[in-house]
Design a protein around this ligand. Sequence first.
Ligand code: GRF
Length: 226
Amino acid sequence: MKPNSNYLISPEFTKLHKFSPKLKVGILASGDGSNFLNLINLANNFELDIDIKILISNNSNAGCIKKAIDNNIPFSIISDKEFKNRDLFEQEIISKLNNNEIELVVLAGWMKIISGGFVKSFKNRIINIHPSVLPSFKGKNAIKDSLKEGVHLTGCSVHFVETEVDSGKLIIQAVLPIMANDNEDSLIKKIHLLEHKILPYGISEAGYLIRNETKDKNQKNLSPHS
Ligand code: GRF
């Protein structure tokens, strides 16, 4: 199924950045993991220079886990239910990410709200994919809410994660029309296809910024005048 020939993606990045060594990515997902699988395929086809070091899921029944197993991606199931509080739950996730020397954390259908402490631990190094044209329709029911509201355009956004839910600097967005015969299912399908197009660019742009920042820091540390 085509998303719709009338979609628009902005900015129109022309190429994915090259990373050598490959960008070390950690994926957090709670659901089916179609975005995760798309990233696995792009990495396997050498189209996106990422090394998916780990998948973390809070849901042992999630489809993303089967995709990790099928594709030999290391995974960890970390359920919030097993921890006394959110801090301890997140500490476990953070230490898994740090143990894997993750440079960029990608929330690809992660259904847990991330605390300020978590955001700080990975400052400017967490991105999220959301099924709406932000800042419209934040939250868990973005597609349902946009249908209820009767808007004529929908889409998806990749953004850096800040403490406030579905906020933070936007990296790339896609927009498509809602047709008279669309419903929640048809829009989920169309939006997913667009997510698969834009998330790789979101990762590539975020990775580029992260690598440059690291390079600047290293250069400053080497400079005798700094
Ligand atoms: C996507 O629609 C994403 O925007 C939202 O969760 C969904 C995840 O889909 N945050 P999938 O698990 O990658 O198929």
